[in-house]
Structure formats: C-alpha cells, structure tokens
Design a protein around this ligand. Structure first.
Ligand code: GCU
Length: 347
C-alpha cells in the first residue's frame, strides 16, 4: 500500500514538472491583451511572437497567396521565432474596421485597397485618381520607384506603415439593369462604391448615385435590388459571384487602385530594428508571387465570365468617361499637383 502511494506521488511530481517545462514557449500575442510573463530563464531573443494579418479576400485569391508568402518568409528568416497568422475572407472584419484596429495595434497587419485607406491618409487619393495611369506597367513604374516608397512611409501620422504594393488591376462598372456604353446610361443607377469620398465623387460625376458599402455586403445588396450595380476588377467580380447577379459589365477601366500590406506602427515600435527590417523585406519579396498569381487569375476570371455568357461591353474609347471625371483632379488632387504631375510624367 505504501509503495503504491509513493508511486502515485512520484508520478504526480513528474507530470507537474513536465507541464511546467512546456510553459517556456508561450506565444506573445499582440491581441490587445497583456504580454504573457516569460520564465526568467528564457533568453529574450528566443521569445516566440505571433502576429495577425487581416485579409478580406478568399484563401486562394492572389492577395491571400501574397500574404501567405509574406508570412512564410518572415517565419523562415526568423527561424520560426516570428509567426504571422493570415486570417482571410474578412474573418477579422471588413476593411474600414480592420484599418481602425491596425491603427491601435489590435490587428498587426492588413492587406487593404487604398480607397478606404485614403480616408485615413488623404494624400493616397493622388495615387488612385481616375485614368491616372496609362496602363499597368506605368502604375508599377510609379509604385516601385521613389514615389511609391514615399507613399508607403507617408502614413505614420495615422499610426500606419505601408510595407509593399499589391496588384489589383483596373476597376470597371457592372450592373443588373442594362448595358452601359456611355456615362448617360449610368444616370439614375444606384452604384455601390468603396467607403471612399473619391469613389463617391467619381460615381456622382458620372451621373449615378453612389452607395458606400463594405465589400462583404455587396452580393446581397445586388441580389435584393438595394443597389443596381457596383464596380471592381475581373477576379473580384468572379470570386464574389457578383457576375451571377449583375450580368452587364463595361470595360471602362476608370481606376487602377493599388493595394497595400499595412502594418500597425504600434506593433512595429515594439519590435527590434532587425525584426522590422526582416518584416519589411519579406513583404517586398512577397510581391512577385502576388503579381504572378494576379496576372493568371485576371485572365482566368475574364475567360470564365465570358464563358458564363455575361454581356461584356468593350468601349471603343473611354473619352466620355474621362471627360466626366476630370473635375475630380481639382477636387481631390489640388493639394498634390506636383506628385500627380510627376506620376503623369513617369515614362
Ligand atoms: C477589391 C479589393 C478589396 C476591396 C474590394 C472592394 O476587391 O481587393 O480589398 O475590399 O475591392 O471593392 O471593396
């Protein structure tokens, strides 16, 4: 009997000490919660850091593949010490709410469109004016040069830091009512726009009524007739199934709205300079995968939508659209004339 009691006690001590040993690797989350206390013996540089990235596109979308590459490179280059968890499909919320959370460090990173982001840092509007870029190559020349770098670092006043640019092609109108060949056909239509004053102004300038709304709400708004149409790029038109409920698509390509991985300045300020450098470089290195995937998905999406029998209108030229939206340069660009000129002059 005594022997058995001794055995039970020894086993209990063993189990307890094993459990205590596991505690040394408790991850530190930046979840707005308190830092977990590390055992005194654990060397500081061994501390595992878990950070979160918000993405509103689905798991296999080009931007999500880019995010995952970013996370993979950071994990590899820190030997597993820094982990970035990618939450796709708007699991952490819609874009505007996510940006607010990134500002105060409740979310560490997000991949966002610069349309809603410009509401937090106005000068970004200069990069998404209608018909600003001649084509995708022109936009990339600007983004990957000194102008792009300056904009990535221009948001510290909003407690945000831009890490890299992602592609999202060009945006065009689609609707459930009729074919659009000129701005006159848009007259009276209710068109969903991103939560952006510039995008509201653009749709108003074309004679339609802008309805700002989060991305995740657009499908049911189209389906129930709350809105008549929206605007986006080929892959988004496909993956959201908007193409099933709004079958008229006009390739007017009114804007190229670049996308960005943003970081919370609060999160970066807590990390060492070496870690911030690794994170920044990894984000930039992830762009290649995102752009390759974008080019592929853009083509695939267009092919699928055409095969589905949607009415695709290709304009002979978009002069009428360009003329109608030209006043936006004064309204949204008057404080950024120099940089707009530099962008236009980039060859
Ligand atoms: C694009 C972009 C999204 C954005 C969406 C929108 O699809 O990738 O980040 O939310 O446009 O229209 O809101």
């Amino acid at each position: 009997m005594k022997k058995r009691l001794l055995f039970v006690m020894v086993s209990a001590v063993l189990v307890l000490s094993l459990l205590a040993g596991c505690g040394g690797k408790a991850p530190e989350t930046s979840n707005g919660g308190e830092k977990k206390t590390e055992p005194a013996a654990a060397p500081k540089e061994e501390k595992e850091i878990v950070l979160r990235l918000a993405e509103n596109q689905p798991a296999d979308y080009p931007t999500t593949l880019g995010d995952k590459e970013f996370a993979k490179l950071v994990e590899e280059r820190t030997n597993g010490r820094i982990k970035i968890e990618v939450y796709h499909s708007a699991q952490l919320g819609q874009e505007k709410a996510v940006i607010e959370q990134v500002q105060f460090g409740a979310i560490d990173f997000a991949r966002v469109s610069i349309s809603p982001l410009a509401e937090f840092s106005k000068s970004l509007n200069a990069l998404q004016l209608p018909y600003l870029y001649r084509n995708a190559a022109h936009m990339w020349k600007v983004l990957e040069g000194p102008i792009g770098d300056e904009f990535l670092n221009s948001m510290t006043g909003a407690k945000l830091v831009g890490l890299c640019w992602y592609d999202s092609g060009a945006r065009s109108f689609y609707n459930s009512k009729r074919e659009i060949k000129s701005p006159a056909d848009l007259k009276g239509m209710k068109i969903r726009v991103q939560e952006s004053k510039l995008m509201m102004g653009l749709v108003s300038a074309l004679g339609a009524t802008p309805v700002p709304m989060a991305f995740g709400e657009v499908y049911s708004a189209l389906q129930t007739g709350v809105i008549d149409g929206a605007e986006n790029n080929w892959p988004s038109y496909l993956t959201t199934s908007h193409y099933e409920v709004a079958k008229y698509f006009t390739l007017d390509e009114h804007t190229r709205v670049p996308e960005m991985i943003i970081a919370s300045k609060m999160t970066l300020d807590k990390l060492s300079k070496e870690d911030v450098d690794i994170i920044t470089k990894a984000a930039k290195d992830s762009v290649k995968i995102q752009k390759e995937s974008w080019a592929k998905k853009e083509k695939e999406a267009e092919d699928k939508i055409r095969a589905a029998g949607n009415k695709i209108t290709v304009l002979e030229n978009n002069e009428e659209f360009q003329k109608a939206v030209a006043p936006l340069y004064e309204e949204f660009g008057k404080d950024y004339k120099d940089v707009i000129k530099k962008i236009q002059d980039t060859k």
